[in-house]
Design a binder for this molecule. Structure first.
Ligand SMILES: *[C@@H]1O[C@H](CO)[C@@H](O)[C@H](O)[C@H]1NC(C)=O
Ligand SMILES: *[C@@H]1O[C@H](CO)[C@@H](O)[C@H](O)[C@H]1NC(C)=O
Length: 950
């Protein structure tokens, strides 16, 4: 019978379908066969051509039926003989993602492992850096640092559907690639957590203490093929600062580890002991700071005398609750050579963690430690809300390559033919399937995508009728041209409120074009439909109709309106000089609006910014008397308007060559931006060759003064205030990036452009101005604009401006807030570093955060929140834009840091929730997974959760 099932397994694998069908034989789950095949395991040899069995007895299979796309390369690394490390699969470093799809058993826990052995496969010697994600959830950034040592990333998860996908994307250097992808099924509940449907566990450390050599332990010693790293591994920042007197011990006696997913016997048979009463370590935790799951494993493996005892305490700075707990391994485990595994189900840990076990006074032996596991909680991103609708759409085209891209339609980057909104749970806003050889009817699945603004199905072989698109109420562009569609043009299209383009030419439509559609203000093309007529005319009408100005984008309308309306009031002469035709480019047609349209334009009333006269502003500022600043764009004066409002009047440097129209375009753009964290533009003035902008007055000056100036010495900002100001400013920039269309890049973000109002809330100023800047201003180079010390090096080199350039500058501002240092300073950083970024990176890489912290902060802060900000700031100033977070990520991180600061200390029991799995499991009778998942006794009675942290 076993043979038969294996046969089926093989057959399924060969036909390229998933192995999920085969995982149903639960009783066989951990049986290994003579063929090296282990049920519940999938081991993909990426780029491999043939199946093979490795020296540990695991069967590896080629990956080509689990992914669509990519190329294969062979590598050769000295000393590496494992067959699955002789090839890689690699992918173009483009905007796409490349996904593996693995079929799994629902409601089952798995370990997913991806490994990356570079081996210079592309002969470029450029160490690749790229992201991996699991479905829509960001998993990790893979940053290759050695040519010949595999990078390993692991995740523990509860499968919530019948497949998972692992995707590579966002290459910032080199070429993304992968060496192996492994799936290991668990069947116990060691990794059960309370919120496992909301979090993955990112494996940060899994350590075998007292290891006899450098080799890690895995399958077959570990039946789940976890990798237990040797504590003798000498990589940087891994288990350093070891206390003197630390000694390795080991035993050959057996230790019962058969229960649950306990560490394998071989791991428990070695340990370290602190002969002088202390075991201490400092180590980096991949993925932290954050909340994590941390368990230690102990077994007494020395024979203690009758009156001897081994009692010790854990010392973990900032987690005081744990310290009261005494560990007495023999007593807790009820004997020697037995396992005891206390730990935290949810604990906040820093990136660099120091921990120690300290002997108790009444103990004869020093502390012991056999193994340790630390995993970080990764919040699951459930991806686009439209995933189900899209999966039924692609199911209709099982062999089309665009339907096989895999992963979430929108995240981490959208499929090539999909556009998405940028919400946390995005919506699909565009389907771009022009010229994809689609046949049959227009798939009705599309009608469920109710956030669509663009639907492009042109140049296919679609036939049948045009369906009722009324459900797609956001639809702006509908392109169905060059198909074989039949039937009428539904009159319901006229009811779509935002529809701007309707292209149905070159089909076989018949009937008449209703007057509702003709009367609607849209670009309509229905030519090339022999039997389609306009009602009443009786003849075949061919037209591109631009009914009214309504077809143009709001931006253009605003710009044009400001130009005309404002100008006519103040300088009619100028206005008449303008006679050129304005051209507005749309996706597929070209429309000209000539002078005749002015009447239309004039009638449109759009709220716009106030137009001051120079005389008014002279009165307001008492003849430009009180100068309150001088930015890169010109001096700023204090003023009070007629109605008593305080204003800041910025006179732009007058050597600007840019025309009045550009100025007004910019003003129009800026004046439609309103956000509580952006300094509001109240009006402008263009008079006698001067371009002046009038802003709300900000009473408390610039952030820079509060960090570095005299104000800072008298009243230094405390940490929580700095965080709150950072949050304000970050939200302002986030709004520029995501709340405006087109998005706005600030380009000159710095602490002197973040202003504080009388309630000490921060607002960002000077956005949109860079585009107006005069050339040749001292600190601004003629091409690349920005301020030295804040300038994105990538932008400087490539001159390609993106939102990520602002993220870089904001990272510098965060470092200023943290350290109280200026962005550039020879005195503070010395010739060695010169700027704050290099200086901070040097110290953070060493794990020395204390050197960065502004002495003015005293001790009034939580080191966790400082780490959080430091880490995020370092990500913001990554040399490559793609590696930097978005402003939305930054906002989130700052908010988390604020929450940490505001948390009442030590009253939070939940997150220091320490429990012993040993005692917990004693109430679980069955070891089979299904019974555990559905077992109501999982909501265990508190009395058996011991020892308690309380
Ligand atoms: C287009 O689709 C048809 C089936 O609908 C198929 O036979 C043909 O090979 C496809 N052509 C291309 C270029 O993919
Ligand atoms: C861990 O605790 C923190 C703080 O109480 C909480 O925000 C977070 O959701 C918890 N995580 C899990 C996985 O329980």
């Amino acid at each position: 019978m076993l043979f038969l099932q294996l046969l089926r397994y093989q057959v399924v694998l060969c036909s390229g379908v998933s192995v999920s069908l085969c995982l149903g034989f639960e009783r066989l789950e951990h049986a290994t066969t003579s063929h090296g095949l282990k049920l519940g395991f999938i081991s993909l040899d990426c780029g491999g051509k043939h199946a093979s069995i490795d020296r540990n007895g695991l069967q590896w299979i080629p990956d080509d039926s689990f992914i669509s796309g990519g190329f294969v390369a062979s590598i050769s690394v000295t000393g590496e003989t494992r067959k699955h490390y002789q090839t890689v699969r690699y992918f173009p470093a483009d905007e796409r993602k490349y996904c593996y799809t693995l079929h799994v058993k629902e409601r089952t826990r798995y370990l997913v492992r991806a490994t990356f052995l570079y081996g210079n496969f592309d002969k470029s010697s450029t160490y690749p850096t790229f992201d991996i994600s699991l479905g829509a959830t960001y998993w990790s950034t893979v940053a290759i640092s050695d040519i010949d040592i595999p990078k390993i990333k692991e995740l523990i998860l509860l499968a919530q559907s019948s497949s998972i996908s692992v995707c590579l994307s966002n290459a910032s250097t080199g070429t993304p690639f992968i060496s192996t992808l492994e799936l290991r099924q668990f069947n116990g509940s060691m990794y059960y957590t309370d919120f496992e449907t909301q979090f993955f566990l990112h494996v940060s450390a899994r350590i075998n203490f007292g290891a006899s050599n450098n080799d890690s332990i895995r399958y077959p010693d570990d039946p789940y093929d976890r990798i237990w790293e040797s504590d003798a591994d000498k990589r940087a920042n891994f288990l350093v600062d070891v206390a003197s007197g630390t000694t390795k011990i080991q035993t050959n006696r057996s230790i019962d580890t058969a229960r649950d997913e306990y560490p394998p016997e071989k791991v428990m048979q070695t340990a370290v002991v602190g002969e002088r009463g202390l075991l201490s370590y400092r180590t980096d935790l991949d993925g932290f700071p954050g909340y994590g799951w941390a368990f230690s494993y102990f077994a007494e493996i020395e024979d203690l005398g009758p009156r001897e005892a081994r009692k010790f305490k854990l010392n973990l700075p900032n987690v005081p609750d744990y310290n009261n707990l005494t560990i007495n391994v023999q007593e807790n485990a009820q004997g020697s050579y037995k396992l005891y595994e206390p730990g935290y189900a949810n604990v906040s840990l820093p990136f660099v963690v120091s921990f120690a076990f300290v002997k108790k006074r009444d103990s004869s032996r020093g502390p012991i430690l056999n193994a340790l596991e630390v995993n970080k909680y990764v919040t699951i991103n459930f991806g686009t809300q439209d995933a189900a609708a899209l999966s039924s759409l692609i199911a209709l085209y099982p062999s089309a390559d665009w339907a096989l891209e895999g992963g979430d339609p929108c995240l981490p980057v959208p499929w090539t033919w999909v556009r998405c909104s940028s919400d946390g749970q995005p919506r699909v806003t565009a389907i771009l399937l022009s010229g994809k050889n689609l046949s049959g009817q227009i798939p009705l699945e599309i009608l469920n995508l109710t956030a669509l603004t663009d639907l492009l199905l042109d140049h296919n072989s679609l036939n049948g009728p045009i369906p009722d698109f009324s459900a797609l109420i956001k639809l702006q562009r509908l392109h169905l041209e060059d198909n074989q569609l039949k039937g009428s043009l539904p009159v319901s299209l006229a009811d779509l409120p935002d529809l701007k383009e309707l292209y149905v030419q070159n089909n076989s439509l018949s009937g008449s074009v209703s007057h509702q559609i003709l009367d609607k203000s849209l670009i309509l093309n229905y030519s090339g439909n022999a039997n389609l007529i306009i009602k009443g005319s009786g003849r075949n009408h061919v037209a591109i109709i631009a009914s009214t100005i309504g077809a143009f984008s709001l931006l253009s309308a605003v710009a044009i309106t400001v130009f005309y309306v404002c100008f006519w009031r103040h300088s009619t002469k100028e206005a008449t000089e303008k006679s050129d035709t304005m051209e507005i480019q749309t996706a597929t047609s070209h429309i000209s609006v000539s002078e005749e349209s002015e009447d239309v334009l004039k009638d449109i009333t759009i709220e716009m910014t106030h137009c001051f006269t120079l005389a008014e502003l002279e009165v307001a500022t008492e003849g430009f008397k009180k100068k309150i600043g001088s930015g890169g764009f010109g001096p700023v004066y204090y003023g009070t308007t007629k109605d008593g409002k305080e204003v800041a009047v910025k006179v732009l440097s007058s050597d600007s060559q840019q025309g009045k129209r550009e100025f007004l375009n910019e003003v129009a753009l800026m004046s439609r931006i309103h956000h509580r964290n952006l300094v509001a533009l109240l009006g402008y003035c263009q008079d006698q060759g001067k371009n002046i902008l009038v802003y709300e007055y900000m009473h408390n000056g610039t952030l820079r003064e509060h960090l570095h100036g005299s104000v800072s010495r008298e009243h230094p900002l405390d940490w929580i205030s700095r965080l709150e100001l950072a949050e304000d400013a970050a939200k302002g920039i986030e709004y520029l990036h995501t709340g405006c269309n087109p998005s706005i890049i600030h380009r000159d973000l710095k602490s002197s452009n973040i202003l504080l109002d009388n309630e000490m809330r921060a607002k960002v100023s000077d956005f949109g101005l860079s585009r107006l800047a005069a050339n040749g201003t001292s600190h601004i180079s003629s091409i690349v604009r920005g301020t030295v010390g804040y300038l994105d090096p990538e932008y400087y080199v490539s001159q390609q401006l993106t939102e990520k350039s602002d993220v870089y500058s904001f990272g510098v501002v965060l470092l200023e807030m943290l350290s109280g240092q200026e962005a550039i300073s020879n005195e503070s950083f010395g010739v060695e570093f010169r700027n704050i970024v290099q200086w901070a990176r040097f110290h953070i890489d060493k794990g020395d955060i204390q050197r960065l912290i502004d002495p003015a902060l005293g001790t009034n802060f939580n080191i966790q929140s400082v780490w959080k900000i430091a880490e995020k700031a370092m990500l913001c100033v990554q040399p490559y834009g793609k590696l930097r977070p978005t402003m939305s990520d930054v906002v989130k991180e700052i908010q988390e840091a604020i929450n940490i600061e505001k948390e009442p200390e030590s009253s939070d029991e939940e997150h220091f929730d320490m429990m012993s799995r040993h005692s917990r499991h004693s109430s679980l009778i069955s070891n089979t997974l299904d019974s555990i998942v559905s077992d109501p006794s999982l909501s265990l009675d508190d009395s058996i959760i011991l020892p308690s942290a309380r």
